[in-house]
Design a protein around this ligand. Structure first.
Ligand code: PEP
Ligand code: MN
Length: 344
């Protein structure tokens, strides 16, 4: 923090400000200029409460934050990229990781057929919701326990790792028994009780950006998980809500390189929820590869027109296989760029 004192701040006021900053646990460096005193405060942790105190303290003209309010997830804290490992797959490493599967787990036949198809096409992780966050209480809410068991069966049959959504802190233990990776959906990005519990769950977390959340808020949510003990977090850009209605959301692709500047955590893109339209998924997927994402999460269903949720944005197995083939050339360039030294 940099604190500028008022021009005629008294010696007592300056000393009082320094004393209060020290009480918050920060080190104080004050510089007396010709006109005013400027105080630098350094230390760890979120400075927000200290800033609020300073704004209300006599003699202070302004107090500004100079470092980000998140620490563990920041590049300042750790320079090298975090590789999140789950069931033999590494996200954030030398390979672009594709996660694929249906929006919801619907039946044994549906999840098995999808798992086999996406595995053959090169996906490494199977997605599928057993607990579904639906806008309407009358829509399909997921198979819950049965869905978790079916996902475990699909993993056993294909060797794919499994990611599934967790909606409540009360279900963390039970979902962690079945899933290799815990997905926090857009609607729960700021469910702080859930984030704290996930800090202790021992499984990597796929944290999706809230539909109206800023990059800073996304990183603060990731900070919750890491500060509570779990450094294995993958971030996901899944589109944000804007004035545009032609697509379900607006895909904020620039968020990918920006996040890579700010954090060491891997970043993947969800072209399905970002667009809401199956026809746009392959193009946005190419763009995600080109812009340096660490992977994709794509909705795939053996018969999208019969899907219980998100059919319009789901690829069928043939479309997914074609997309994976078409991505190959871009992925070769992606691998080459990963081998080049990254700018600091
Ligand atoms: C999902 O992945 O099916 C989902 C509900 O996504 P989001 O939380 O991004 O809306
Ligand atoms: Mn969905």
């Amino acid at each position: 923090m940099i604190i500028s004192m008022r021009r005629h701040a008294t010696k007592e006021q300056i000393e009082h400000v320094c004393e209060r900053i020290r009480e918050f646990g920060y080190k104080v460096h004050s510089i007396a200029g010709d006109e005013r005193v400027v105080i630098g405060a350094v230390g760890v942790g979120d400075v927000t409460p200290c800033l609020e105190m300073l704004e209300a303290t006599p003699g202070v003209e302004s107090a500004v934050r100079i470092s980000a309010p998140y620490k563990f997830v920041s590049k300042e804290f750790k320079q090298e990229a975090t590789r999140v490992r789950t069931n033999g797959v590494e996200v954030g490493g030398d390979e672009f990781v594709v996660i694929a599967g249906p929006c919801s787990v619907e039946s044994e036949k549906q999840i098995m057929e999808t798992a086999e198809g996406v595995a053959q096409a090169g996906a490494k992780i199977l997605r599928g919701g057993a607990f579904k966050p639906r806008t309407s209480p009358y829509d399909f809410q997921g198979l819950e326990q049965e869905g978790l068991e079916l996902l475990a069966k699909a993993r056993a049959a294909t060797g794919l790792a499994v990611v599934t959504e967790i909606m409540s802190d009360k279900d963390v233990g039970r979902v962690a028994e079945y899933a290799d990776m815990m997905q926090v959906g857009a609607r729960n990005m700021q469910n702080f009780a859930l984030l704290k519990e996930l800090g202790k769950c021992g499984r990597p977390v796929l944290l999706k950006r809230g539909m109206s959340s800023t990059i800073k808020e996304l990183l603060m949510s990731a900070e919750y998980i890491t500060a509570h003990g779990n450094p294995n977090v993958v971030l996901c850009e899944r589109g944000i809500r804007t004035f545009e209605t032609a697509t379900r959301n607006t895909c904020d692709l620039a968020a990918v390189p920006l996040l890579h500047e700010l954090t060491h955590l891997p970043v993947i893109v969800d072209p399905s929820h970002a667009t809401g339209k199956r026809s746009l998924v392959p193009a946005v997927s190419c763009a995600a590869v080109a812009i340096g994402a660490d992977g994709l999460i794509v909705e795939v269903h053996p018969c999208p027109e019969k899907a219980y949720s998100d059919g319009a944005q789901s690829l069928d197995l043939g479309q997914f296989q074609k997309m994976m083939r078409d991505l190959k050339g871009y992925l070769a360039l992606w691998s080459e760029s990963r081998r080049q030294p990254q700018p600091a």
